[in-house]
Design a protein around this ligand. Structure first.
Ligand SMILES: Cc1ncc(COP(=O)(O)O)c(C=O)c1O
Length: 303
């Protein structure tokens, strides 16, 4: 067969590889060759998913829960998420404001597509999670990087953000607990960021894994925010691919329409397992958190 000349669009060739994944894939290849590997590459728990969550998924699959679901996600899961936000943060989230998907990652692309026309800007911290700028560039937007400093936990300062805002700015993306810095934004820092005259995107995927201080959702301070959350980290469910986006009501329909086209819906039985994670997972999360904390305390003085 003669090879076909395939033209790849510039937008895909400009996506930078997700290096943590590349290293993991290389490590797996070396492991297959018999090398002994200690995995430090990804934000991935080394615990198995808690037993009741696995059991629920198996039962759901056996009971035939294997079809497409509502494109926003199963109502049981969206109601359980709404309850979770009420109990944990004392905020009211309407299940109709939630889009459930196969991890938070596709939702980041959806959100970038919904917020950015070509040339529009999203303010990101540098350092930050390496995939964010790719989603923004992919839809023709421009990441505006705010260089953050160690003495501020590499978290954005409202005055410095203000200086970057112009009429093309569509949002500021914050991440607490942060990847890679591990720092958290305090209640007062979140409150001050919430006063900025732009929507906030708050990646709260590491919630549940805070070791010192309190954990707050941006929704405690403003409704003008998008929250990215998921099950990968706290519930040790990285491979299940389950995440969600909470959006202001006015944006939901646009996000839903795109989601119907691109993802259709997250896995049905995985969504039911997510309900069990929210309702029965906390004791397991507490155990894993205590073990991560023990390791952290071992490592920090040595670093
Ligand atoms: C800050 C941050 N957000 C999102 C993700 C991706 O999460 P998900 O597994 O829900 O796609 C990661 C994964 O490492 C991350 O570190």
């Amino acid at each position: 067969m003669t090879p076909t000349n395939i033209h790849l669009a510039q937008r895909v060739t400009e996506v930078t590889p997700f290096l943590a994944m590349e290293i993991m894939e290389r490590a797996k290849a070396l492991e297959a060759e018999g090398r002994e590997i200690i995995y430090l590459c990804l934000g991935e728990p080394d615990f198995p998913t808690p037993e009741p969550i696995v059991k629920r998924a198996c039962e759901a699959m056996q009971a035939g829960e294997t079809r497409y679901t509502h494109s926003l996600g199963r109502i049981e899961l969206r109601e359980a998420l709404s309850e979770h936000y009420q109990n944990r943060y004392n905020v009211t989230v309407d299940p109709e404001q939630i889009v459930v998907s196969s991890g938070t990652s596709p939702l980041m692309l959806l959100l970038a597509a919904a917020l950015c026309d070509p040339g529009d800007e999203v303010i990101l911290t540098d350092p930050g999670y390496a995939c964010y700028p790719n989603f923004i560039r992919f839809v023709g937007g421009k990441p505006r990087f705010l260089r953050t400093r160690p003495e501020q936990g590499f978290q954005p300062q409202p005055d410095e953000v203000r200086a970057l805002i112009n009429d093309k700015t569509r949002a500021l993306l914050i991440n607490s607990p942060a990847n890679p810095a591990g720092s958290i934004l305090s209640r007062s820092e979140l409150a001050r960021l919430a006063e900025l005259p732009i929507p906030l995107i708050s990646d709260e995927i590491y919630h549940g894994l805070t070791y010192e201080g309190e954990e707050h959702s941006i929704l405690e301070f403003t409704e003008n925010a998008f929250v990215l959350g998921g099950f990968s980290k706290a519930y040790a469910m990285t491979g299940w691919r389950l995440g969600y986006l909470i959006a202001p009501k006015s944006a939901v329909r646009a996000l839903q329409t795109f989601h119907q086209n691109v993802v259709i819906s997250a896995n049905s039985f995985v969504q039911l397992a997510g309900v069990t994670a929210l309702r029965e997972g906390e004791p397991y999360v507490a155990e894993m958190r205590a073990e991560y904390d023990r390791r952290r305390r071992h490592l920090i003085p040595r670093l």
